[in-house]
Design a protein around this ligand. Structure first.
Ligand SMILES: CC(C)(COP(=O)(O)OP(=O)(O)OC[C@H]1O[C@@H](n2cnc3c(N)ncnc32)[C@H](O)[C@@H]1OP(=O)(O)O)[C@@H](O)C(=O)NCCC(=O)NCCS
Length: 144
């Protein structure tokens, strides 16, 4: 639903949208004005989900997003979870590997994931899968 707000004495309409329309793409191209070749005209997203089943029971899943910015595309792993009773059986690793294969087919430049600082298991899993630890600073907004 649209919302009307006043922003710096200016009346503004705020719309919640689900897909970037022409006007968003126009701004996106403006944002990437430096290299004209990089102009896009497309902005695709796709959700990739794999579920792992053992004897018809779902024991784990991975949820990832593919984002194509036009000039470059990236993969983001959002969630990875394996049922406690089924851990240490290479299910997590298999889900990550499957997702990496999928992203490879989509020709992404890189796949990103963030883990909790204390989650050594997941960090080791990603490192063994070939992920490299990044030193880039992140700005995180926490609701607490
Ligand atoms: C992290 C998680 C997905 C791992 O799933 P899993 O199926 O048990 O992992 P795998 O059996 O595929 O193990 C793959 C690698 O993870 C690491 N790992 C898994 N369990 C571990 C443990 N108990 N201690 C240390 N490392 C561990 C190892 O590097 C392992 O490779 P190796 O066997 O060659 O040493 C699972 O523990 C989980 O669901 N945790 C809670 C949710 C979570 O933390 N998700 C990640 C958020 S980004």
């Amino acid at each position: 639903m649209d919302e009307r707000i006043t922003c710096d004495k200016m009346k503004m309409k705020l719309q919640k949208i689900t897909k970037p329309g022409k006007e968003i793409l126009r701004l996106y191209n403006e944002f990437n004005y430096k290299d004209k070749k990089k102009r896009i005209g497309k902005f695709r997203t796709r959700r990739i989900i794999f579920s792992a089943k053992v004897d018809k029971k779902t024991v784990g899943f991975i949820l990832a997003n593919f984002i194509d910015y036009g000039m470059e595309s990236f993969g983001y792993i959002e969630e990875l979870y394996v049922d406690k009773e089924f851990r240490n059986k290479k299910i997590g690793r298999t889900l990550v590997q499957k997702t990496l294969n999928e992203f490879k087919k989509l020709k992404v430049s890189a796949v990103h994931v963030t883990t909790n600082r204390r989650n050594k298991k997941a960090q080791l899993l990603y490192q063994r899968a070939g992920f490299e630890k990044d030193k880039n600073p992140w700005y995180n907004y926490w609701f607490r």
